[in-house]
Design a binder for this molecule. Structure first.
Ligand code: MN
Ligand code: MN
Length: 297
């Protein structure tokens, strides 16, 4: 584990997140938002660990802008901005919810409080199921519902979801936090009318490489090499390819790679009752006394 790289990525990600938190995004397109935030990460000397996610209202996660996406933030929207910085593949994963409707301020606060309470209990040996219980209890006491089928995760070099899950509800079993391992904790909260679950939506605009096996299609193999060289195993967006490829050709070739299962396409995740969802997220490395929260402001 490269602690200095984790810390550097965390510092950059948290600086950018705090910029995102206070900025007025109303009237901006999600394309402008993603590009601006990604440029802030790059300007500070990191790479993006994944495309900035701009998931609005009932979309809980995994929406990123299409090339020139015109979807525009309205003055009643609640938008979850999830961003990742990486240094040599060591990732900081963090998120903030920006809310322009005071009716949903409590929802955002519940996600923040659940995360703060989780961060105050993490250390080596703490059970993930107990973190889930704290998150669930905090959210329910405030009159909201946790999203049961979204969770935090362990991180490894060039791997965002490295196998271990930190639940947002109490659950039987699970693992205990280890030393020298990075984890992301990310409570998702919906309203009392929400189902407390997400389902896959139709839109898929985040991708990641599955296999580097040649497809015998020259163009597809060229794109596969480009993806591997630029993004490794990490997620990417079509926007990131069309900076050096023709858009129509890139889209068709990417579709082909998805059909060949060389590339995985991730659907957006939507609250089952189409209720609004808030999120907060930190990356942390537990120690014997507590944890280094790499994305602490
Ligand atoms: Mn995230
Ligand atoms: Mn995460």
């Amino acid at each position: 584990m490269q602690e200095s790289d984790y810390l550097q990525a965390g510092k950059i990600a948290s600086e950018v997140r705090e910029m995102v938190r206070v900025k007025d995004w109303i009237g901006k397109t999600v394309y402008e938002i993603c590009e601006e935030i990604e440029n802030e990460i790059i300007k500070r000397g990191a790479k993006c660990a994944f495309p900035v996610n701009t998931s609005i209202n009932e979309i809980a996660a995994h929406y990123t802008a299409e090339p020139n996406d015109t979807l525009t933030v309205k003055d009643t929207d609640l938008i979850k901005i999830d961003l990742g910085a990486q240094i040599n593949g060591y990732i900081a994963d963090t998120a903030v919810t920006v809310c322009y409707d005071p009716e949903f301020d409590g929802l955002v606060q519940a996600a923040e409080d659940a995360l703060a309470n989780a961060m105050s209990m993490v250390k080596v040996g703490v059970k993930a199921s107990d973190i889930g219980r704290t998150i669930e209890t905090t959210i329910k006491q405030m009159g909201y519902k946790p999203i049961a089928n979204l969770s935090g995760h362990s991180l490894e070099q060039y791997t965002i979801h490295a196998g271990k899950s930190i639940p947002n509800i109490w659950s039987i079993g699970g693992f205990s936090l280890s030393e020298n391992t990075a984890y992301a904790c990310e409570p998702f909260v919906t309203t009392g009318d929400g189902g407390g679950f997400v389902r896959n939506g139709q839109i898929k605009n985040i991708f990641a490489i599955n296999s580097r096996k040649k497809t015998k299609n020259e163009n597809a193999d060229k794109l596969l090499d480009f993806i591997w060289e630029n993004f490794n195993m990490l997620p990417f967006a079509l926007r990131w390819i069309t900076k050096s490829w023709d858009e129509k050709e890139a889209r068709e070739t990417l579709d082909f790679l998805v059909k060949k299962k060389a590339v995985q396409a991730y659907p957006v995740l939507v609250e089952v009752n189409e209720q609004r969802v808030a999120q907060a997220e930190h990356t942390f490395i537990p120690n014997l006394n507590g944890a280094t929260i790499t994305t602490r402001a």
